[in-house]
Design a protein around this ligand. Structure first.
Ligand SMILES: CC(C)(COP(=O)(O)OP(=O)(O)OC[C@H]1O[C@@H](n2cnc3c(N)ncnc32)[C@H](O)[C@@H]1OP(=O)(O)O)[C@@H](O)C(=O)NCCC(=O)NCCS
Length: 206
């Protein structure tokens, strides 16, 4: 793949498909992305109890080997400064969404931001998903993530769905729920970050 051309000298990062030796660095960035979402809205975006990094390195390694997925690394002076991850998802009747490329993760390290790297990562991701047959790319973004929403809007993404959530218990990390005839359990969502070997797939990251 030809490296994408940087827009500015400061943005002189090379975007390429991720290699196995990138996975620990990519997983560290993925964990930051998870923490960012939890900080934006702790009731909606849980943080797994397990360490995120090893599980996510495993998951991204599995994904990069899949023909349905694209995992990109942005490298500058030998350091990983960003990544993007997306996959082809089949037609989904619940959301009436045709087969699509889905952008799952996007992260640029703070020191490399505002130089066009985020936009370039998205463009290369879109290009790679199109090569894999995606007729469109959809992505989810946290409502409170205004910066990312601006970046996506600037790249031609239109708003299509608004997710709404209503908490049924005081804010916090889970609440007691007792099903009839069962012992109390916590209603906090289980870890979406896959933990080998139980997990089947990661949840899309908005
Ligand atoms: C969202 C994110 C990926 C954007 O990365 P980025 O590399 O800063 O993106 P860009 O540089 O392409 O664009 C960001 C801004 O810089 C501006 N910009 C781009 N090139 C520029 C340049 N050479 N000089 C000055 N500003 C520039 C863009 O116009 C844009 O402005 P805006 O914020 O007013 O819309 C980054 O902020 C990030 O990693 N955030 C945390 C994770 C996250 O939110 N991920 C997305 C949800 S999955």
């Amino acid at each position: 793949m030809a490296p994408a051309r940087p827009r500015t000298a400061r943005a002189a990062a090379t975007i390429r498909e991720a290699r196995p030796d990138d996975l620990p660095a990519l997983a560290r960035l993925g964990a930051r992305l998870a923490r960012l979402h939890h900080d934006l809205d702790p009731d909606r975006f849980f943080l797994p109890d397990e360490p995120i990094e090893p599980a996510y390195a495993w998951w991204l390694g599995k994904e990069r080997a899949s023909r349905r997925a694209v995992v990109l690394a942005a490298e500058r002076r030998g350091r990983i400064v960003g990544y993007a991850y997306g996959r082809i998802e089949p037609r989904d009747w619940n959301t009436l969404r045709e087969r699509s490329g889905v952008g799952v993760d996007l992260w640029v390290e703070p020191a490399a931001r505002r130089a066009g790297l985020g936009a370039r990562l998205v463009e290369v991701l879109v290009e790679k998903l199109a090569e894999r047959g995606a007729p469109r790319v959809v992505l989810h973004v946290a409502a409170r993530n205004e910066r990312a929403r601006r970046v996506f809007a600037g790249l031609g993404f239109r708003e299509t769905v608004v997710e709404m959530a209503r908490e049924l218990a005081p804010p916090g990390r889970g609440r007691a729920v007792t099903a009839p005839g069962k012992r109390a359990r916590t209603a906090a969502a289980p870890a979406a970050t896959p933990v080998r070997p139980r997990a089947r797939r990661a949840s899309p990251r908005p």
